[in-house]
Every structure is written in C-alpha cells, then in structure tokens.
Ligand binder design. Structure first.
Ligand code: GLU
Length: 419
C-alpha cells in the first residue's frame, strides 16, 4: 500500500486540525488520548475470482474511530490510491460530523484498494460481497452502519445488505444506508448530500445579506454529490459556470445548464467538448473567477500551492478534506470564507440517519418530510456554528470542530471509562 507524501497525507491534516482545536478548547488530556486513537482498525484480504479465471487479492479496511455517542457510521470507498491514512482521517471526521449535527452515531470509514473503472459488474459484486463477509463480525444495525462514498452507490449497498442478511440468517436492512428504495432505502437519500450543500450555501450567502440570484458557482467533481448540488443551486437562482469530473472540466462564464450538461454526459461519458464551453483541467477550474467554489471531488485539492490563486469569496467543502490546514490559513488571510466539510456535506449522513430510523420502525416517510427535516437540522446546525464563530472570532472550521468535539467529550465524561 503506497504511503502518501507528508504534505498531502490526509491523516496528518486531520490530526493537525484536531490538535489545534483540542488545545484551543483545553480538552482534558485523557479525552484527547481517547479521541486521538481508534477503537478498531480492521484490515482484510479480499480474494476474488476475476472474469479471466485468475484470483486477485484486494486489500480492504474498516476503521472505527469512536462510539461514545452511538454505533459507528460512515461510507465505503473504492479507489486505487486509497490508503489507511485516508480512512483514519475520514473516520475521525465522521465522528465530528455526526456529533455536530446531533446525529447519534460515531465515526467510521472503510474501503477497498481497487479501481472500479477497470472492473466488470460481476467482479465488483464479488469484491463487495467478499469484503462484506470479511467485515461481517464488526458491522450491524446496532454496531456499525456503512453507506456509499467515493465510487460506491445504491447497488453496492444492496449487495452489502444481501450478503450481511444471508450470513446473519434474516433480512437486515438497517445494516447499511443509502440502499435502493425497495429494500428499505429512504426517499431523498440519493440527493441528500447535494441538497444539504445547497441549503448550507444559501445559509452562508444569507449571512452576507446577499441572495443566490446570479451568483457564479464552480463545482469540482460533478458526480453524485456535485451534480445534485449543481441542480439545486441552479433551481435556487445561481449560475453554474464551471464543472468537472476526474478527466477534466468545462467552463462558460455566461453559465451552463445543468440538464444540458447531464444529458451530454449521459451520451458521451465525459464533459469534454460540451458545446459553447471551454475545456479546462481540474487545476485550472479551481482558480477561475466566481462567487462560490464547491470542491466536491477528493481531498487535498486546495493547498498552499494554489490557495493564493483562488478567486471565490466563499468555499463550500462538498468533498471531505479538500482544503489543507496551510491553505486554510492563506484563505483566511485573504478573507475567503470556508464552510467546512463536517457542516457542508453533512446532509448525506443526516438522511442516512433518517433511513436508519425508518428501517428500525418499518415506517417510511414521504420525500417532503425527509427534505424538511434535513433543512431544519442543517439550518439549525449552521446557525449554531455561525453564532459561535462570530462570538468567539474563530473560523467556521474551528467553531464546527469545537462544538462537535465538546459534545463527544461530554458523552465520554458522563459514560466514564470501562472497566
Ligand atoms: N460517505 C458520506 C460521508 O462522508 C455518508 C456517510 C453515511 O451516510 O454514513 O458523509
């Protein structure tokens, strides 16, 4: 497994942020030690018969950070460059994300080192099933509940739910969230992260006494999360001027139509050469002129190398960890507001929580109910973070982390240490 160079090591980023905030809030040393470490890190081998007939062993992980406030919760990602450091950072971040929004879960993350673009559907299914079997002992509706993340989707969750259920002996829909609707999924879950980003963007813009009308938005990563954010922001009046996928992006300062670009993508498998737009690279996209920049692809995109070239006034972290701590400092010096991932993209795990509640009750809500509850929870959380930041003159990231860590620390304190 390749190790990432220090400066784009996501675990170092997560730890730097945690160290900074825990000092600032005088977190007791015992609590700091507990939260700096992980409850469990499981590495599994995932041997799979490939279509060619040969057997390949993939490496898989499930990282559980802290369950002080509830069962572990977090996505499963498939990526060829995935490392344990990525997953540790992401699992810790899930603890903060859940705590901040008062979602009663602890943080976890998992994944498999593989390139889904090079795998057939059958191979993907066999990898998913064998991985689920390997992590079976530590997951469950009351233990640890996986969900989709980068390169995984509803179908992945259906295979996971089926494998878990077959091995448990009964149908267990609550073991994963982000499932298809007909096996216990929730209305609104597929678009929840993107819709949440749109709600948070609206709240952030409102603070500067502006409206979304005609604000220029750039979205890096027009996948499940980014494209949903684009759709809702366009509906709310914004102008989407540039978007991208891993292969590159397109730019038109007069605006791109969400429906037209999605239709083009479905027909061509890429955004390249979209009519009336300029082809651009992912790096160029970040530095274009706009009002709002939404990095919704992978982590480590805005670093000390490009932070001084960013032209947006507002950055909404759609992805997990797209802005490094060094970049944060440069951006804050340039008075660019960053809405941190644990607030900006919390819509996904919030509706995952709603799905888990609906599964437990075997009673399902209409889409309106899901979206109204999502909006209320996100607006309340945003206002809490914003007021705290204003009162204490901290950044939104520091404030969000402080509020989140405080609630976890209180849960640890009142529960006490076993034995
Ligand atoms: N993978 C998403 C995240 O990073 C969703 C996690 C979940 O729903 O459990 O927040």
């Amino acid at each position: 497994m390749p190790k990432k160079p220090e400066e784009d090591n996501p675990w170092q980023t997560a730890l730097t942020q945690f160290n900074y905030v825990s000092k600032l809030m005088n977190l007791p040393e015992d609590t700091y030690q507990l939260l700096k470490n992980f409850s469990r890190i499981l590495t599994v081998s995932v041997p799979v018969r490939m279509d060619s007939g040969s057997v390949v062993s993939f490496e898989g992980f499930r990282v559980q950070h802290c369950s002080a406030k509830g069962p572990y919760k977090g996505g499963i990602r498939y990526h060829p460059e995935l490392t344990l450091e990525d997953l540790k950072a992401l699992a810790m971040e899930m603890t903060w994300k859940c705590s901040l929004a008062d979602v009663p879960f602890g943080g976890a993350k998992g994944g498999i080192v593989c390139d889904p673009k090079k795998l057939s559907r059958g191979e993907l299914e066999r990898i998913t099933r064998r991985y689920t079997y390997a992590i079976h002992p530590i997951i469950g509706a009351d233990k640890d509940i996986p969900a989709p993340d980068v390169n995984t989707n509803e179908q992945t969750m259906a295979w996971m739910m089926d494998t878990y259920s077959m091995n448990t002996g009964f149908c267990a829909p609550g073991v994963v969230t982000g499932k298809p609707l007909n096996i216990g999924g929730s209305l609104g879950r597929a678009d929840a992260t993107g819709l949440g980003i749109a709600f948070i963007t609206a709240s952030a813009v409102q603070q500067s006494n502006k409206t979304l009308k005609n604000l220029k938005v750039i979205i890096q990563g027009y996948g499940n999360v980014g494209s949903a954010a684009g759709k809702f922001l366009e509906e709310m009046g914004c102008k989407i001027v540039a978007i991208s996928s891993s292969g590159g992006g397109i730019y038109n300062p007069r605006g791109l139509s969400h429906n037209a670009i999605m239709e083009y993508y479905r027909g061509n498998g890429s955004f390249k050469h979209f009519p009336l737009a300029e082809n651009i690279t992912n790096a160029e996209l970040l530095e274009l002129s706009c009002d709002i920049l939404i990095p919704a692809a992978l982590g480590g995109q805005i670093t000390k190398k490009n932070a001084d070239k960013i032209k947006a006034k507002l950055i909404i972290e759609g992805a997990n960890g797209p802005v490094t701590p060094e970049a944060d400092e440069i951006l804050s010096g340039r008075k660019i507001t960053v809405v941190p991932d644990i607030l900006a993209n919390a819509g996904g795990v919030i509706v995952s929580y709603f799905e888990w509640v609906q599964d437990a009750q075997c009673y399902f809500w209409c889409k309106h109910e899901v979206n109204v509850k999502l909006r209320m929870l996100l607006e309340r959380t945003f206002n809490e973070v914003y007021s705290f930041a204003k009162e204490n003159k901290y950044s939104l990231r520091t404030s969000a982390m402080m509020l989140a860590i405080k609630k976890v620390a209180e849960a640890i304190a009142v529960r006490g240490l076993f034995p």
